[in-house]
Design a protein. Structure first.
Length: 201
């Protein structure tokens, strides 16, 4: 079974395929479909944007398509960057987390609470859609720490840990992350689709 991961972010394609770990499924990214335009993330929620991206990818590819919309929700910033996480200060990871740190310079440690949210949407070319969701609580550090991961990982300290996502080895992060939680739920759905007699479109 082939599944298109609806992103051109190769870091995300690799992480998703590693966590799902489905040996009978081949995952491809949007780089394999250069004619598919960039989806306009006009939704107001993570669910909306995940659906927009997955539906467009399924339409252009004819494959089951999996999209995620993930973001960092910070209480002291009234939920920002939220659905704008990937482009909060532009396309560069470092610019985005630097903007967060600048905005939070005066926020005391006890009020630096935040959570990562991931919503996954799997869509077939007949517009059948399935959603899963994962969340992890944590706090925003005062400075970046670690070199693993991507996105806001260097400034996010998950609750109960003394290392940021970027300091954790990838297997450990992939065991607890918001994306891992959503993907573990999605794995069961994909296994059902791949079962004999199940619809493939």
């Amino acid at each position: 079974m082939d599944i298109l991961i609806a992103t051109r972010n190769n870091d995300k394609v690799r992480e998703i395929s590693e966590i799902l770990d489905l040996p009978d499924t081949r995952f491809v990214g949007l780089d394999g479909f250069p004619d598919c335009p960039e989806a306009e993330e006009t939704g107001r929620t993570f669910d909306d944007n995940a659906m927009i991206k997955a539906s467009q990818a399924a339409y252009y590819s004819g494959l089951w398509s999996l999209a995620d919309d993930s973001g960092l929700v910070i209480d002291a910033l009234d939920g920002q960057p939220g659905i704008l996480s990937a482009r909060f200060a532009g396309p560069d990871y470092r610019d985005n987390w630097m903007k967060v740190l600048e905005l939070m310079q005066q926020v005391p440690a006890e009020k630096r609470t935040a959570r990562f949210i991931c919503v996954l949407c799997l869509v077939g070319n007949n517009n059948r859609a399935f959603f899963t969701r994962g969340e992890i609580e944590g706090t925003i550090t005062a400075e970046p720490r670690g070199s693993n991961g991507f996105g806001y990982d260097p400034i996010f300290l998950p609750t109960g840990f003394d290392r940021t996502f970027a300091e954790l080895p990838p297997p450990e992060k992939n065991r607890i992350s918001h994306r891992a939680q959503a993907l573990k739920k999605m794995r069961a759905l994909i296994n059902g689709l791949a079962a004999p007699g199940s619809p493939k479109t």
